[in-house]
Write a protein of this length. Sequence first.
Length: 258
Amino acid sequence: MAHHAPHAPILFSFRNVDGIVGGLASFITKAQKESLDKKGRFTIALSGGSLPKMLSGLIGNPAVKWDKWHVYYADERVVPLDHPDSNHLACTNELFSKVPIPVSQIHTIDTDLLNDIEELCDAYEKELIREFAQKDAARFPVFDLILLGMGPDGHTVSLFPGHELLAEDDRWVAYIEDSPKPPAKRITFTFPVINHAARVAFVAHGEEKQDVLSEVLDDPETGLPAARVRPAHPGQLYWFVDDAAAAKVKYPRTPTKV
Ligand SMILES: O=C1O[C@H](COP(=O)(O)O)[C@@H](O)[C@H](O)[C@H]1O
C-alpha cells in the first residue's frame, strides 16, 4: 500500500500501454459519473502528443455518456484543424471520429483567427468564460478533468522549461510564439487553470520518459513545468504511466485498481 500525504499525487504504474489504456478508461468513466451525478455535465480538457491514442478504451464503452461531454483543448497548435500538427486532428482521428459526441460540444480554436494569435487566444479564453464564469463567477474555471502529457524535457501543455509563461498567474489561456518544440505558435492553458481543476491526470509511457518522470516525482523542487502541476485542495493529481517510464521512480505507487 502506498503511503503519502493526503492530496499528494497518486501514481499508477501499469505493465504496458494496454494497461494504461484500460486503467485510464475506468478512471475517466468514474470521474464522468461523479460529475453527471452532481451537475449533469462533464467538462474535460485534452492534450495532444501521445495522449489521444491512450483514449481508445473509451470507444464503444457503454458507460460513456458522450452527449454530456464538453471538451476543450488544454493546449493547441495555431494551425488549421486538418493540419498534421493539430491536437484537435489527433483527438478526432483517435477518438471523436469513432464515438457519438455532438460536434458542437468539442471546443476548437477559431481558425478564422489563425493570422492573429492574440485574438485567437482571447477568443479561446472567451469559450472557457462562456462555459464557466457565468455559472459560478469563479476567478478560474474548475474543470472536472484535465488530461495532460509530459515531454522528455518536462514540458506539459505548451508550458516549457524556463519560459516566461510559467509565471502567468492571471490569464486562463495564453499564447506562445517561440515554442522550442515545433510548431512555434501555440495557445495553452495556464497553471492557475490547470491547478484549479477537480482532477488532473498525466499520461506518459516509454523509456524516453524515465529520467524526467523520476525528476518530476522524486525531486519536484527542481521546478520543471510538469512538477508545477499541483491542483489546489480538493483537487487531485494522478499519474498513469507504464513500468518502462516508472523504472527510475522512487515515489510510491498506488496499486493499479482504479
Ligand atoms: O507538444 C506537446 O507535447 C506534450 C507532450 O507530448 P508527448 O507526445 O510527449 O505526450 C503534449 O501533452 C502537448 O499537448 C503537445 O502540444
